[in-house]
Design a protein around this ligand. Structure first.
Ligand SMILES: Nc1nc2c(c(=O)[nH]1)N[C@H]1C(S)=C(S)[C@@H](COP(=O)(O)OP(=O)(O)OC[C@H]3O[C@@H](n4cnc5c(=O)[nH]c(N)nc54)[C@H](O)[C@@H]3O)O[C@H]1N2
Ligand SMILES: Nc1nc2c(c(=O)[nH]1)N[C@H]1C(S)=C(S)[C@@H](COP(=O)(O)OP(=O)(O)OC[C@H]3O[C@@H](n4cnc5c(=O)[nH]c(N)nc54)[C@H](O)[C@@H]3O)O[C@H]1N2
Ligand code: SF4
Ligand SMILES: [Mo]
Length: 701
């Protein structure tokens, strides 16, 4: 028999700005190799260690391949196989009876995030389904909303330039960004820029891999970045280093900002940030004098109570020195707003949302599931593309909620995650090798296709198909779900007018062409610099140092510094009991909690570890490798201590996100994180977290 061999275009679906373009080779219906697309200008033929083994992940023996119903207690993880027919009938009839009950449809809550970033498998038929049945809306705040809101207030958009232009930068700041790990393809561009003479600086309380590889690490105290940005402005204005022409032409509120910054003397900022005044002075001078200067600000710094304002303050800096006008100058948060795809409102049928439907903030799931006053209470939770039992703040409370006997939980998953253990019904989902999708990126300017390489394994189905089955069983209008996945891709590609970029930039991008090429760049000029000549999409059309939108919201119209909710300087009461600021950023081997179940990735990550300073370890009798208990009034988790000068005294780092069921103590760092939200964007505050640490003996575990 002749062997069939083909290579198809795929896209990494994970929540990572790099959105790698991939080539998958398939032989006789089996995927046999997967590699980075060598022709893609960002991917350049390399994938990170996690995804280069995606084939093994897909064929992993622990994949969920059949619908399941729970037979044990919630959390036990005991299930039995059922047919799709029974699974869909059970879910449809349960949702139907909730809709008809006095609780009504809003007691149903979808819960999804970016397990896949694909337009189809993350937000297409699923959204239409929930909108049509009148379920509560989910505010998707767990990652980026504070930073997006902060940037939006200043620039009218997410800070962005063409990432390929970073090659021309001469002064690069990674600000709250572990770029070499979380955005590794941009790091290679930075690295090339360095070879051409650029200096790389990293501002981070933790000497991350990126800080380690930088020319300078600036160990700021967590949650104080807005103060540093204002201190830099102070020095720039004081020493007359600003680009007055750019400010006069394209910015609003230059004089107001100057007088605000006047208060933030290096001495004052030093006391807040823990940095020496000279460090602040030098940073300001180098930033203003080295052109082009580029800031990669990322999401690490906005996971604090004042995170929105911090991003707002930092996104003022390129305007002050006119960096936007230089190739490779400016700042970068995300390119996700650059794509004029069909508007979400039309594609996801927002018109079907019943008037007055409430929104539930996903970062507050712990509260929502346990709130006796919530009317109506949440009676059904449909989870997909997310693992809330591991990733949500205030984990013990989340789990208490998931254990509720009167809560009907459905989980669509590829693997038996912590969340799956609490499901009543588990629906097996396909991986990226088994379904169609369409991708934009938040780290570059390409549109990409994902063609299925292989048939779905076992009885797994794409999310789109699962929601089709549910829509049909609940007798929704066929027009909502009958389009095939290929038709959905074509529909999503219909450009919408009025966005950041005109529909023109998509005119050559069709399904057929994408299928041929895999990846196509938006038709934008080389080294695209959207704000080189102003054109900020703010209400005034200028970069808004002074924001009337903020004023209307009753907020400070100028950038200011708001301490973290749990700042030891301002919360002395709390800091007496819990004196250490805990950061729990991703472990390089995992992608949020994805990949944390795979042996080879676990080996790479080692074991749950707490990085702690020599001083904090000594004063607590903690020795190297000792088991420690990390706790506060919300919960506790266990780790092994690593004593290191990679964190300053008063700060500790526990890289995550482990699956609870796999680790001693059965809880990860989110046992200690809180549901307090950010000043702008109602985002999660994972890194705004005071804790205490103590050694524990092995017998305690
Ligand atoms: N390998 C890998 N890559 C990933 C992910 C992953 O889990 N693993 N996750 C993806 C996702 S979903 C996201 S959102 C991005 C996140 O990517 P990044 O934005 O880079 O996020 P983090 O690594 O959480 O945080 C970056 C750095 O911010 C630091 N930080 C914490 N608090 C502060 C502060 O107050 N000020 C400053 N200046 N720095 C602070 C942390 O110590 C950390 O080193 O990465 C994506 N890429
Ligand atoms: N302490 C702490 N907590 C954090 C963070 C932190 O830095 N520190 N980071 C936060 C951030 S930035 C984010 S973005 C969130 C991320 O939180 P989540 O969005 O929950 O991300 P993951 O943990 O990767 O879980 C995604 C799940 O989706 C599943 N999945 C993937 N593709 C598909 C599919 O096609 N269909 C279905 N049905 N399932 C699929 C995967 O198997 C995986 O279990 O976590 C947040 N939590
Ligand atoms: S996780 Fe990021 S770096 Fe790794 S393959 Fe996917 S897009 Fe590329
Ligand atoms: Mo994220």
């Amino acid at each position: 028999m002749a062997q069939s061999l083909k290579t198809i275009h795929a896209t990494c679906p994970h929540d990572c700005p790099d959105t790698c373009s991939m080539l998958v080779t398939v032989k006789d219906g089996k995927a046999i190799s997967l590699k980075g697309n060598p022709d893609h200008p960002i991917t350049k033929g390399f994938l990170c260690g996690k995804v280069s083994r995606y084939i093994e992940r897909t064929y992993h023996p622990t994949r969920l391949l059949h619908p399941l119903k729970r037979i044990g207690a919630k959390g036990e993880g005991r299930f039995e196989k059922i047919s799709w027919q029974e699974a869909i009938d059970t879910v449809a009839s349960k949702l139907g009876s909730i809709i008809d009950s006095p609780f009504g449809p809003q007691s149903i809550l979808p819960y999804s995030y970016a397990g896949t970033m694909g337009r189809l498998q993350s937000s297409s038929i699923d959204r239409r389904f929930f909108h049509r049945i009148g379920a509560s809306l989910l505010e998707r705040t767990i990652c980026a909303t504070a930073g997006v809101a902060g940037s939006q207030m200043t620039l009218g958009a997410r800070a962005a330039i063409d990432p390929e232009a970073v090659l021309h930068s001469k002064f690069i700041i990674n600000w709250g960004s572990n770029t070499s790990v979380t955005n590794s393809h941009l790091w290679t561009i930075m690295h090339r820029a360095r070879k051409a003479g650029a200096k790389i600086i990293t501002i981070d309380p933790f000497r991350s891999k990126t800080a380690e590889k930088s020319d300078l690490w600036i160990p700021i105290r967590p949650g104080t970045d807005a103060a540093l940005a204002l201190g830099i402005m102070h020095v720039i204005f004081r020493d007359n280093l600003q680009d007055q022409d750019f400010i006069d032409k394209y910015c609003l509120g230059g004089e107001d900002l100057k007088s605000r910054a006047n208060d933030f003397t290096p001495a004052k900022v030093s006391a807040i940030t823990g940095l020496k005044p000279i460090t602040i002075e030098q940073l300001a001078h180098e930033y203003a004098n080295t052109k082009p200067a580029f800031i990669r600000l990322n999401y690490g710094l906005q996971r604090h109570g004042g995170g929105g304002m911090a991003v707002r303050a930092i996104t003022c800096l390129p305007g002050i020195i006119g960096a936007w006008k230089e190739t490779g100058g400016g700042a970068f948060l995300s390119t996700s707003g650059m794509y004029p795809l069909k508007a979400a409102s039309a594609f996801e049928r927002h018109d079907l949302i019943p008037k007055g439907t409430r929104s539930i903030n996903m970062s507050l799931l712990a509260d929502a599931l346990n709130d006796n006053n919530l009317a109506p209470p949440i009676k059904a939770l449909i989870v997909y593309n997310s693992n809330p039992a591991a990733v949500c703040p205030d984990q013990s409370k989340v789990i208490r909620g998931l254990k509720r006997d009167d809560l009907f939980t459905v989980v669509l998953e590829q693997f038996p995650t912590d969340t799956v253990d609490y499901a009543d019904i588990v629906l097996p989902a396909t991986t990226q090798l088994e379904h169609w999708d369409l991708h934009t990126s938040y780290g570059h300017l390409h549109v990409q296709i994902n063609e299925p390489a292989i048939a779905p394994l076992g009885e797994s189905l794409p999310n789109t198909e699962i929601f089709r089955l549910l829509s049909k069983a609940m007798k929704l209008e066929p027009e909502l779900y009958e389009s095939t996945d290929i038709e959905l891709i074509k529909e999503a590609l219909e450009p919408s007018a009025g966005g950041f970029n005109s529909a023109k930039v998509m005119s050559a991008i069709t399904f057929e062409q994408l299928k041929k090429e895999g990846s196509m760049r938006l038709d934008l000029p080389k080294d695209y610099a959207p704000f080189a000549n102003g054109h900020f999409p703010t209400p005034s059309g200028k970069c808004e140092f002074f924001s009337t939108s903020m004023q209307k919201l009753g907020l400070d119209p100028l950038p200011s510094y708001t301490p973290s909710h749990e700042d030891p300087q301002t919360r002395i009461d709390l800091a007496t009991h819990y004196p250490i600021q805990l950061l729990s950023p991703p472990d390089p081997a995992f992608l949020n909690s994805s990949f944390a179940n795979l042996d080879w990735q676990k080996q790479d990550a080692g074991r749950p570890t707490l990085l702690i300073s020599p001083k904090d370890a000594a004063s607590r009798g903690i020795t190297e490798e000792a088991r420690v208990r990390i706790f506060n009034n919300r919960g506790e988790f266990l780790a092994h201590a690593k004593i290191t000068d990679a964190v300053l005294s008063g700060v500790a780092v526990a890289q995550g996100l482990w699956w609870n069921k796999d680790i001693p103590g059965k809880a990860n760092a989110n046992a200690t994180t809180s549901t307090a939200i950010t000043d702008l964007g109602a985002g999660a505050t994972f890194f705004d977290n005071l804790i205490e640490v103590e050694p524990v003996s092995n017998s305690d575990i």
